[in-house]
Design a protein. Structure first.
Length: 139
């Protein structure tokens, strides 16, 4: 896949420290992963939603992995899928991520966790414009 910066979606998530990642999981990360998984389960009900459910499961897997990976935009337009995602609750996840990031950013110790929340917010907002396949797995 070419390295194209389409709509400024070429995101590189930095590798979080072990403690930052544990704090992220403990204080809201598991909640986020559960919501994304439930949204994927709801999307599997319809035939159209199966591809969307696959991408939401990839998103949960990507957030759970906590590894450094460069995300590249896809070439096809996914405006319909992103709109359905936002209607189903993607906007709530986005706001939740920024609120949690703000809470952690207040303290000096929590800034690493806040950075993880802010970077994850970009992913949960519009997950269908990105290639979320982890290294060593097939699409």
């Amino acid at each position: 896949m070419k390295n194209v910066n389409k709509n400024n979606l070429n995101i590189k998530r930095s590798k979080a420290s072990t403690w930052s990642y544990v704090f992220w999981l403990t204080f809201g990360g598991f909640f986020t992963l559960a919501i994304i998984f439930m949204m994927g389960a709801i999307l599997t009900i319809s035939l159209f939603g199966i591809s969307m459910a696959t991408q939401s499961f990839r998103l949960a897997n990507y957030l759970l992995a906590g590894e450094e990976k460069k995300l590249e935009p896809r070439y096809e337009s996914n405006k319909v899928k992103n709109t359905i995602w936002l209607i189903l609750g993607g906007w709530l996840l986005y706001i939740f991520h920024y609120l949690m990031g703000g809470i952690f950013y207040i303290t000096y110790v929590g800034r690493g966790v806040a950075k993880y929340w802010f970077e994850s917010a970009k992913l949960v907002a519009l997950p269908f414009d990105l290639d979320l396949t982890l290294e060593g797995t097939q699409a």
